[in-house]
Ligand binder design. Structure first.
Ligand SMILES: [Zn+2]
Length: 312
């Protein structure tokens, strides 16, 4: 509660700061305009979709600093200014970015167009653990179902076209390309999981792969609830360990950008091996510099899943 009050105060201060900056820049804005549309995105999958559809016509930025765990992110005043200076702001939805609505409502830039990419996506309930603060909200990890990712791409494309109608054909083609690649991965995943020794993913991290498991008929259990902040209880861990032993599970998976200590503990107790399963919320600094794509992550995940589930 206290955090919310502080956050609210920071937000209000930032809105005033933005208002002053815009007031002062009023006459300069026209001079500064480039022909590219300026896009700010919150999470890495949104960034990857937007930069691929926008191509040379858009200047796309990722709000999350590289390496930062996404659920604990709260925008700084400078981030609020960046959003206000953009033409398009792309976010995942109110369950992933509960702070977005306040920024949108307080936006001083009246030309700012916002895209909630979850529009039209059928959301599923998350699995909550006792320590979760977010009980009652829906699972925000929509991008890990590739059919949803296609809808997200459509939502982004539509806004780019609305902002820059002249280049409609360009955006249409780029979106069709990107969605085509998503469809290829979708098929690859369906094929890969049709012949596996087991279909149970045990995750030593937070509940991020519910959508993926649903789509491909896999079973999924996570040590934590839908946020990495949630602490697994002793009974959560004991039942997970029992499940591993009972079902003779040989590999467990760990998440990106958070300490793998829970996964390590489970692996130590059960004599299982660990494999990375990356939910792609964000990139590390190194990955960002190497220009790693969403598809690179999906490819690595599939390799590890095939090993971990014994697929042939
Ligand atoms: Zn997450």
């Amino acid at each position: 509660m206290r955090n919310k009050i502080i956050f609210g105060a920071v937000l209000l201060a930032a809105v005033f700061a933005v208002a002053i900056i815009f007031y002062r820049r009023d006459k300069k804005v026209g001079d500064m305009e480039t022909s590219k549309i300026k896009v700010v995105t919150t999470l890495f999958p949104l960034y990857d979709i937007a930069r691929n559809i926008g191509g040379e016509k858009a200047e796309v930025a990722l709000l999350l600093p590289p390496g930062m765990e996404a659920h604990s992110f709260e925008p700084r005043p400078s981030d609020i200014i960046r959003i206000n200076e953009a033409d398009v702001f792309v976010y995942t939805g109110k369950f992933m970015e509960p702070w977005a609505e306040d920024i949108i409502n307080g936006a001083v830039n009246k030309n700012l167009v916002t895209v909630d990419v979850s529009r039209g996506v059928k959301m599923i309930a998350g699995v909550f653990h006792d320590s979760d603060e977010l009980v009652g909200s829906l699972d925000s990890h929509i991008w890990l179902d590739f059919d949803n990712a296609r809808k997200m791409a459509e939502n982004i494309k539509e806004v780019f076209i609305a902002k820059d109608t002249e280049n409609t054909l360009f955006y249409e083609r780029a979106a069709a390309d990107y969605e085509g690649r998503l469809s290829e991965f979708d098929l690859k995943y369906f094929e890969a999981f049709s012949n596996c020794e087991n279909k149970e993913i045990i995750y030593g991290g937070h509940y991020a792969f519910g959508y993926m498991a649903n789509r491909y008929g896999l079973k999924y259990s996570a040590a934590q609830g839908i946020s990495p902040d949630s602490e697994p209880t002793a009974s959560d861990l004991i039942s997970l360990i029992d499940q591993i032993k009972k079902n003779n599970v040989k590999y467990i998976f760990y998440e990106e950008l958070s300490s793998p200590k829970i996964a390590e503990m489970i692996a130590g107790e059960t004599n299982t091996k660990m494999l990375l399963l990356n939910a792609a919320h964000n990139l590390t600094k190194d990955q960002f510099e190497k220009n790693v794509s969403f598809f690179d992550i999906l490819e690595n995940n599939l390799e590890n899943l095939k090993v971990g589930l014994g697929c042939w």
